[in-house]
Design a protein around this ligand. Structure first.
Ligand code: CP
Ligand code: NVA
Length: 333
């Protein structure tokens, strides 16, 4: 991958909609190259992030995004510092603007996870160094790059496939997938209850990209017919971080939208083997968590989660290679 041509050097990655179609595809290609590079051991000889200092500012919990950033940066010779909400004055005793200006004098880049999109936008604006969005209430761009790498590894292509997102159709992951699909020419259907529909503005943004790339963006409130023809069944938790008070309300709305074997059959592609299941994780697929111990599987049945069509752990591994691609694209010399 020609990093100069990718055009992200010194830049932040805050929302997929800010990237060109070529940049989204280019980041996925770069991630595939970095994955092969790690497997060959080449990163041990010639580190791409040698002595780069990366801060992780995380206001919400994380397993994948945190660990992928740490391992990705260390793989390429850099250093990371993890700072959670309690470690920093950030937004409490010091404005985001002031903290950003301080961190920008010390670090080479910042991976941020938090609530308001405005916070990550301000962090990028005032720090003067590249900032990567590791999830906000609105967007989760780094997740979608890993999803695309996983799909490409499985099907050999992105263009021409159809993804159905089933569940909370207006959350950060659904919105980012919708924009991402529009940029790579993948058909996308948001299968959700009417109350959890994506906004008109988001649909317009996505449809503009889809027109350019010959794909379609649809919304369906029918969990049976909505998934017809989908090659990728994708779901996420029904209650995102920060919305915990809505748990019972969401369960009532979303029970008919569980991804289970009946839904897999309803794609019409189960027999031909042309359907996979993805989930950004963490997932409630059994009763082995504090949250799901009394209610059991929620957004996906254990049968689907543990089945051969489930590629969720390939997808989780690909968070490493795609987050590394984001950081390398912004910082590699
Ligand atoms: N998918 C994802 O972002 O996982 P974490 O919350 O563990 O980072
Ligand atoms: N929509 C979920 C994604 C978690 C990776 C959340 O925001 O909690």
């Amino acid at each position: 991958m020609d990093l100069v041509k990718l055009g992200l050097h010194g830049k932040s990655i805050l929302r997929l909609v800010d990237l060109s179609d070529e940049q989204v595809i280019g980041l996925v290609e770069l991630a595939a190259e970095l994955k092969a590079r790690k497997k060959s051991g080449a990163n041990k000889k010639d580190a791409l992030l040698y002595r780069k200092n990366i801060a992780l500012i995380f206001q919400k919990s994380s397993t994948r995004t945190h660990c992928a950033t740490v391992c990705g940066v260390h793989d390429e010779g850099g250093y990371t510092e993890y700072l959670n909400a309690h470690d920093l004055h950030f937004g409490k005793k010091e404005s985001v603007k002031d903290s950003a200006r301080v961190l920008g004098r010390m670090f080479d880049g910042i991976m941020f996870r938090g609530f308001a999109q405005q916070t990550v936008d301000d962090l990028a604006k005032y720090s003067g160094i590249p900032v990567w969005n590791g999830l906000t209430d609105e967007w989760h761009p780094s997740q979608v790059l890993a999803d695309f790498l996983t799909i490409k590894e499985h099907f050999g292509t992105l263009k021409g496939l159809k993804m159905a997102f089933i569940g909370d159709g207006r959350n950060n992951v659904a919105s980012s997938l919708m924009i991402g699909c529009s940029k790579v020419g993948m058909d996308f259907v948001d299968v959700c209850p009417e109350e959890l529909s994506p906004s008109r503005e988001l649909l317009e943004m996505a449809r503009e990209g889809a027109r350019r790339n010959g794909s379609t963006i649809e919304v369906s409130h029918d969990p049976v017919n909505g998934v017809k023809g989908a090659n990728i069944l994708y779901t996420d938790v029904w209650v995102s971080m920060g919305e915990e008070a809505l748990f019972q309300q969401r369960l009532a709305l979303l029970r008919p939208f569980q991804v289970n074997m009946e839904m897999v059959r309803n794609t019409g592609l189960a027999e031909s083997g042309k359907v996979i299941f993805l989930h950004c994780l963490p997932a409630f697929h059994d009763n082995n968590t504090e949250v799901s111990k009394d209610c059991g599987a929620l957004e996906v049945s254990d049968e689907v989660f543990e089945s051969p069509i489930s590629k969720v752990f390939d997808e989780a591994e690909n968070r490493l290679h795609t987050i590394k691609a984001m950081i390398v694209s912004s910082l590699a010399d």
